[in-house]
Design a protein around this ligand. Structure first.
Ligand SMILES: [Zn+2]
Length: 272
């Protein structure tokens, strides 16, 4: 299957290719749930398009240079009633402020320059993968990913590791950067471990927005590719239908489809 920008996020593409977000969707340690991941792939479950998602798309459209088209294609960005009718909704006006912050920082513009939204596919861990690089600068030996986030200072409890972690670990962003680096290396045909240096440009939805450029090193890439390797066989077995997906009974999909099969003792309801 040949990928382009219009079919990259399609069900067909998600069935054929593994992506980082699909992979994380299978892993409880990254907030995933096998049952939900499978229901998404089958089309049974469609994640509601939340506002946060559209805000991310808005900022990405700016990075790609397609913001005017994006605004024209999405009338829901505009208020349709009251005195503000016809104006950009306030949260998207705030996105403009985030974009101004990025545009006003020369180092950000340097990190985000290069080819935009570059799609790559490759066979890895025995299955086809797809990635999309927000900014690709092979001549500078870097690529960059753009993230619009609520904030950068949150700490998150990891139930499996029984430890707090920061947003980079919590959202699996280092895994994402590692997979992107490895896919790019394979596609470009460079030798083992000759990766580009992954960068992440973060802008927060705070007012005023914070922003940061973060880079990841080769040890991070190697360590996180090992994490992918540790989980990939289970993910492949579930995705191919060889084994039944586990239900987490906590996520939106599981709550929607829940049937109680066993009465619990109250002490089973652990807090952490
Ligand atoms: Zn679930």
């Amino acid at each position: 299957m040949e990928l382009n920008k219009s079919n990259y996020f399609s069900l067909e593409a998600n069935r054929h290719y593994m992506s980082v977000s699909q992979f994380k969707g299978f892993l409880p340690s990254y907030g995933g749930c096998e049952a939900q991941a499978m229901a998404k792939i089958s089309g049974e479950y469609v994640q509601p398009s939340i506002t946060a998602f559209m805000e991310g798309h808005y900022v990405h459209a700016w990075n790609e240079g397609t913001l005017p088209e994006f605004k024209a294609d999405n009338p829901e960005l505009y208020s349709s009633r009251g005195p503000t009718s016809g104006q950009l909704k306030s949260n998207f006006q705030h996105c403009n402020k985030m974009i101004e912050v990025l545009e006003g920082d020369p180092l950000v513009m340097k990190a985000l320059s290069g080819q935009k939204e570059v799609i790559m596919t490759v066979e890895m861990f025995g299955i086809p993968w797809k990635v999309m690089l927000d900014s690709y600068q092979p001549e500078a030996k870097i690529f960059a990913d753009l993230k619009a986030l609520k904030e950068m200072d949150g700490k998150f409890w990891n139930r499996e590791a029984q430890a707090y972690e920061n947003f980079l670990d919590h959202y699996g962003y280092i895994i994402q950067m590692a997979v992107y680096a490895e896919v790019e290396r394979r596609v470009s045909g460079r030798k083992e471990e000759d990766w580009l240096l992954p960068h992440m440009v973060v802008v927060t939805k705070q007012d005023p927005p914070d922003h940061e450029i973060i880079y990841f090193d080769f040890d991070d890439i190697a360590a996180h590719l090992r994490i992918v390797g540790n989980h990939i066989e289970r993910v492949k077995a579930v995705k191919s239908g060889t084994v039944e997906p586990n239900r987490c009974e906590k996520c939106d999909y599981c709550r929607q489809t829940k049937k109680i099969t066993r009465i619990k003792h109250h002490k089973e309801l652990a807090l952490y």
